[in-house]
Design a protein around this ligand. Structure first.
Ligand code: HEC
Ligand code: HEC
Length: 303
């Protein structure tokens, strides 16, 4: 013990201890780090591959109109052919591609909703009886979902912009339906009609019907967030995320409610029903009165 104490007091002893500690840390670190490095490297390779896939999909399907760097293109006279996508964000890409609007096919007053192209078609049916057929369809759907995600990521990293809303933000069972109905009538009904049946706008444009199951809650949110074509943008100060969720709940729940009495009369409530009652009821009374008065003179002449 005495010898050790003496050794401990030597001037170089402190350095020796520090060196030993460093060596020990080095050994421990070496034991752990290669694995995390490898995992990080694998993640980075995967991310780069995803981005590459997104870029290739963009070059193949979109660059002809939107430009190789998504900067937009103009014709010889300087009129825009397609807008720049820098800053439109993942939400706009998701909306445009998942609703089949993009890639656009032929120029017209408005790019219509259609079935997405095969590479992005996440709506294909997978409910086949046949095992092999079902597996193939499921694989195709998974690939389409990955393609769409990669393309979104590619455009988003070029210029930022709004991202796709979280699933909880568009859950139609969570919003205030009564508030949603009120907000819909003040903000959306002038174009989309009182219960979302859609309607014509000027110049061959139209607001599409929203009362169909094809329009998903995510797409409703993204439409408000990005304002496609003739539709205005409803940013988070105009309609808070809660307001947006309320509108989604209203739209989804009214379209899922059956019409128990047959024709829903536009589903705008007692006003239309009262009007129908008046018109039909009064019409019948008028007809009856006309019939009675028309019969009388003949009878009078005979008697
Ligand atoms: C045939 C030409 C054409 C092709 C191909 C095309 N687009 Fe477009 N895109 C347009 C035009 C034109 C508009 C503008 C529509 C409008 O707002 O009137 C547009 C608009 C958009 C918008 C909305 C921009 C905004 O400001 O909100 C997005 C996002 C978009 N395109 C993404 C894509 C993606 C992604 C692809 C490839 C999958 C694609 N487009 C392929 C012509 C095209
Ligand atoms: C000025 C008229 C106008 C107003 C107001 C308006 N929209 Fe739209 N909306 C449109 C037009 C036009 C389109 C079609 C755009 C396109 O095809 O790119 C559209 C498209 C949509 C779509 C996509 C439907 C589909 O078939 O893919 C949704 C969802 C939508 N609107 C929801 C709303 C909601 C919710 C509101 C209210 C917060 C609203 N809109 C307010 C004009 C309007």
């Amino acid at each position: 013990m005495k010898r050790f104490t003496a050794w401990r007091r030597r001037p170089w002893a402190g350095y020796a201890v520090v060196l030993a500690a460093l060596a020990a840390i080095g050994v421990i670190y070496a034991g752990f780090s290669p694995r995390t490095d490898r995992a990080e490297a694998a993640n980075a390779t995967q991310a780069a591959a995803d981005l590459k896939n997104g870029q290739q999909l963009f070059e193949k399907n979109c660059a002809s109109c939107h430009g190789l760097n998504a900067e937009g293109t103009k014709d010889a006279k300087g009129h825009p052919i397609a807008p720049s996508l820098l800053g439109v964000g993942a939400a706009a890409v998701d909306f445009q591609v998942a609703t089949g609007r993009m890639p656009a096919m032929n120029p017209g007053a408005q790019v219509p909703r259609k079935r997405p192209i095969a590479a992005f078609d996440t709506t294909i049916r997978t409910d086949y009886e046949d095992e092999a057929k079902r597996k193939a369809a499921e694989a195709q759907k998974a690939q389409a979902e990955k393609n769409l995600a990669d393309l979104r990521e590619y455009i988003a990293q070029l210029g930022g912009g709004p991202s796709v809303p979280a699933a909880s933000a568009v859950d139609p069972t969570k919003g205030d339906v009564a508030l949603g109905g009120k907000l819909f009538r003040t903000n959306c009904a002038q174009c989309h009609n009182f219960t979302g049946q859609g309607g014509a706008l000027t110049g061959g444009k139209y607001a599409p019907p929203l009362a169909t199951k094809d329009v998903t809650p995510t797409q409703i949110y993204e439409a408000m967030l990005t304002g496609p074509q003739a539709m205005p943008v409803f940013n988070d100060t105009t309609l808070t995320p809660q307001d947006k969720q309320a509108i989604i709940s209203y739209l989804v729940q009214t379209r899922e409610e059956p019409n128990p009495g047959g024709n829903g009369l536009g589903r705008i409530g007692p006003v239309s029903e009262g009007l129908a009652g008046w018109l039909v009821g009064l019409g019948l009374l008028v007809l009856a009165a006309a019939w009675i008065t028309a019969k009388k003179p003949k009878k009078l002449k005979k008697s």
